[in-house]
Design a protein around this ligand. Structure first.
Ligand SMILES: Nc1ncnc2c1ncn2[C@@H]1O[C@H](COP(=O)(O)OP(=O)(O)OP(=O)(O)O)[C@@H](O)[C@H]1O
Length: 275
């Protein structure tokens, strides 16, 4: 990432410590009220899609929203929003790209020569890139910054949770990995970082028959609410397997998708917001 280090000032008042872990300050002109991270126990469960849909839902309601794509080795946020423009280096920081509805987006994919170039980095380099997306990007005034975390409970999500002042965490799960053990691992990690878990979203939960409208629980009866109850966290809702959503994501048109389920989840998110 190109930058002029000497010009980047940090907002000292934002440096604080929680349970002995120092959070890094963001760029001084940024005013980010809520930082919500989206995580999953494993890859491919729809974490980026849920992050994107939540951002769209909040933006529709008039909030100023940004997405920090911290899934550095599998960054899919620019693709689902159809964003290709390279973030502009304005001397003292990088301006995030903007989606068609005005969601601010920062992702390593936008900085690569070719979007299909692989990122073959080791842990510390990845961690630094993520930190720079927080410290050196001119996000401006945001009601919500949603962070698409790398999948799993490895080093990279841990670094993000340790370093950034996250005020809530959403866990996305698929029916196959919706087991108490995986959810509990994520919750324990969040607890160790002193980050509240806002709840769990179950993706690929059911199918709606396009002919008769019947709801088919492809993976058996839903256990989402029960797992959430046992883990002691709110169950935020279930999303269907929807080919229209997959198509829109492939075409970079996620902003055209409407979902009552996601609207319900963003409503719930708003109740936990910092003003
Ligand atoms: N509810 C859904 N219905 C249909 N397709 C979906 C749904 N959720 C996600 N998808 C599709 O599944 C694929 C994987 O989704 P996504 O990239 O969001 O997963 P992920 O958990 O972020 O993956 P990774 O951890 O590897 O980054 C994408 O092609 C996406 O369009």
């Amino acid at each position: 990432m190109k930058q002029n280090e000497s010009n980047i000032k940090k907002n000292d008042s934002e440096t604080y410590t929680e349970k002995g872990v120092e959070k890094i300050p963001t760029y001084e002109l940024n005013c980010i009220r809520n930082v919500v991270a989206v995580m999953s126990g494993k890859g491919g469960v729809g974490k980026s899609t849920v992050t994107g849909l939540l951002a769209v839902s909040l933006q529709r309601e008039g909030y100023k929203v940004g997405i920090l794509d911290a899934d550095i080795t599998g960054p899919s946020i620019p693709k689902i929003f159809g964003v290709k423009k390279r973030p502009e280096d304005i001397g003292f920081g990088l301006m995030p790209a903007e989606s068609s509805s005005g969601i601010r987006i920062m992702s390593l994919n936008l900085l690569l020569e070719n979007e299909d170039d692989p990122v073959i980095w080791r842990g510390p380099l990845i961690a630094n890139a993520i930190k720079q997306f927080w410290t050196d990007v001119v996000w401006g005034d945001l009601d919500y910054l949603l962070i698409d975390l790398p999948p799993g409970t490895s080093d990279e999500p841990l670094t993000v949770m340790q370093s950034l002042p996250i005020n809530g965490l959403i866990i996305v799960s698929s029916p196959q990995d919706l087991v108490l053990m995986v959810v509990k691992k994520a919750i324990k990690m969040a607890e160790m970082m002193n980050i509240p878990v806002l709840g769990i979203v179950k993706n690929y939960s059911y199918l709606v028959c396009p002919k008769c409208g019947e709801r088919i629980e492809v993976f058996g009866e839903s256990r989402g609410a029960e797992v959430a109850r046992q883990a002691g966290i709110p169950f935020l809702g279930s999303l269907p397997v929807d080919y229209k959503l997959a198509q829109l994501c492939d075409r970079g048109e996620i902003e055209s998708y409407k979902s009552d389920e996601i609207k319900g989840i963003s409503e719930w998110l708003k109740r936990t917001e910092r003003r």
